[in-house]
Design a protein around this ligand. Structure first.
Ligand SMILES: Nc1ncnc2c1ncn2[C@@H]1O[C@H](COP(=O)(O)OP(=O)(O)OP(=O)(O)O)[C@@H](O)[C@H]1O
Ligand SMILES: [Mg+2]
Length: 263
């Protein structure tokens, strides 16, 4: 099978997302060298790979934050060239970036509505704090995030709580395709457990398709339906989680070889 075909199955049934042959160069650096992937509706895909493998770059392209040097993508089967993050949002694609993009000095509820604050009706064109506050409480409760008070500054929250707020913010804006860039980074076992529970609840809703980037192979296999491995800007492995294992993934990484398994 050709290199470009890794990550791409024959087209069977509807797909929430598909990327074909994505190349991204930054000057002399080739961050992505012909990456392809698909995501089925309601599916959760895990992306693994070493630092610098190109994972975040792919996510940034799928959210319209960066344009690919070449390659194409489809959303719900229709070809699109994403012009901006707002364009991707309008198509239901939301992302929780690796650096979260929360503002520590603002309250949780203000962060929930950052750049999409509801305004009070004319002539009071002021931020509608009361409604933001109420809706933030509802959104967090809705997905089972337990936070003492939405009035608290984000700076006061633990890493896991911040991640939960960032995920709630993305889900609240009617995401249908949710991309999570290392939601478990720098978290202890208990906090990772809480975020994994939250992700599991989102999965069970059935109306979200998810991609999660992570470094922990065992956790990723446990929570994701399918996994892909990125190495040096290429996809070198993909399989259904039930049909692979941590030792197999480690072996692929060690040998630096490519395996394609019908997934
Ligand atoms: N804006 C940029 N300008 C120049 N080079 C970049 C830029 N963004 C990413 N790169 C390079 O592209 C490569 C892939 O980076 P990327 O952030 O996608 O890796 P990653 O797989 O997410 O790594 P990590 O696990 O550390 O988050 C790296 O060599 C990185 O230095
Ligand atoms: Mg990254």
């Amino acid at each position: 099978m050709s290199q470009a075909a890794i990550g791409l199955p024959p087209a069977t049934g509807p797909e929430a997302l598909r990327a074909e042959n994505i190349v991204k160069r930054f000057g002399a650096v080739t961050a992505l060298n012909g990456v392809s992937l698909y995501l089925k509706p309601g599916e959760m895909l895990g992306i693994l790979g070493d630092n610098g493998a190109g994972k975040s770059t792919l996510i940034k392209i799928l959210t319209g934050f960066q344009s690919p040097t070449s390659g194409t993508m489809t959303v719900d089967g229709k070809q699109v060239a994403l012009k901006s993050v707002d364009h991707a949002r309008a198509l239901g694609i939301e992302c929780v970036y690796q650096d979260l993009a929360l503002i520590p000095g603002l309250s949780i509820y203000h962060n929930m509505f950052l750049n999409r604050e509801p305004l009070r009706p004319w002539p009071f064109r002021l931020l509608d704090n009361k409604s933001m506050r109420r809706r933030a409480v509802e959104a967090l409760e809705d997905i089972g995030v337990n936070i003492p008070s939405v009035d608290e500054e984000v700076a006061m929250l633990s890493g896991g709580q911040r991640q939960a707020v960032a995920i709630a913010r993305a889900v609240y804006s009617n995401a249908r395709i949710l991309l999570l860039d290392e939601p478990l980074a720098a978290m202890g076992a208990r906090e990772s457990g809480l975020i994994l529970d939250l992700i599991d609840r989102l999965k069970k809703r059935g109306d979200l398709s998810l991609i999660m980037i992570a470094h922990n192979y065992a956790q990723t296999l446990e929570v994701c339906d399918r996994v892909m491995l990125f190495q040096h800007g290429e996809v070198t492995f993909q399989a259904k989680s039930a049909e692979t294992s941590v030792p197999e993934l480690l072996e692929v990484v060690k040998r630096n070889y490519k395996i394609v398994r019908g997934a």
